[in-house]
Design a protein around this ligand. Structure first.
Ligand code: ADP
Ligand code: MG
Ligand code: MG
Length: 249
């Protein structure tokens, strides 16, 4: 699904990623952990194609195709979803109308007609029931006055509707409360399948009490320096990151 080799990247002439390798297969959930400033959000943004970063070396392949030259929208159309892609408040545009537009734009980019209204409604009903999202929530204005939990609910709903091949959830700075953690975790657990993959970026081990990852990676100083199973997250919780840094010297 995703294959990253020797990825090096800079922002404002500062090298952030220093030769990062990562392979994610369909059906897998990967957690990326690591100290603040390690480059986790940078990695997420670069996979999604945010333009402020400069990739100076390495490759990013999605299903065998090099996506490193594609614009963010093209990557989205190829099935890459990054949480908080749409954090803007849009007064007067409901959660539902926003997602309808996003879906039809993706279809248009692929040369398809708009999704018939009846199918769209059915999909909205199914996904909102699966995720236990209230009808009233769907008619609210996008992000306007949303609490942390509601923002997460909106994100997970977008993810459910867009059915990405690769979902990247960057949970770093949002001060997730336990409610928001559960919303994210439930969403991921319900939406994961053998055909998609999820990368969860977090420095909270707590989140991984609810989402059990197949692999846990530690990103430190621009590289993945350790990979393990879910037990690695517990070890990090107990021991911090210093022992990993010491192993590196
Ligand atoms: P993490 O998500 O692991 O906490 P980030 O990817 O956000 O780390 O940041 C990695 C490093 O890149 C940090 O040193 C940060 O200061 C720097 N950085 C990130 N974004 C920018 C930016 N827009 N301009 C300058 N430096 C940045
Ligand atoms: Mg940070
Ligand atoms: Mg971050």
């Amino acid at each position: 699904m995703l294959k990253i080799e020797n990825l090096q990247a800079t922002i404002e002439n500062k090298t952030i990623l220093k030769g990062l390798n990562l392979e994610v297969k369909a059906g897998e959930v990967h957690a990326i952990m690591g100290p603040n400033g390690a480059g986790k959000s940078t990695l997420a943004n670069i996979i999604a194609g945010k333009e402020e970063y400069e990739v100076t070396n390495g490759s990013i392949e999605l299903n065998g195709e090099d996506i490193s030259e594609l614009a963010p929208e093209e990557r989205a159309h190829n099935g890459v979803f990054l949480s908080f892609q749409y954090p803007v408040e849009i007064p007067g545009v409901s959660v539902t109308n926003f997602i309808k537009t996003a879906i039809n734009e993706t279809r248009k980019a692929k040369g398809l007609e708009d999704m018939p209204a009846k199918d769209m409604l059915k999909m909205i009903r199914e996904k909102s029931e699966l995720l236990e999202i209230d009808r009233k929530f769907l008619s609210r204005s996008l992000n306007e006055g949303f609490s942390g939990g509601e923002k997460k609910r909106n994100e997970i709903f977008q993810m459910a509707m867009l059915e990405p091949k690769l979902a990247i959830l960057d949970e770093t700075d949002s001060g997730l409360d336990i409610d928001a953690l559960r919303i994210v975790a439930n969403g991921v657990n319900k939406l994961k399948s053998k055909d998609n993959a999820v990368i969860v970026i977090t420095h909270y081990q707590r989140l991984l009490d609810y989402i059990v990852p197949d692999f846990v990676h530690v990103l430190h100083d621009g590289k993945i320096v350790k990979t393990g199973d879910a037990s690695l997250a517990l070890e990090l919780e107990a021991k911090g990151y210093d022992w990993i840094k010491q192993e590196l010297v």
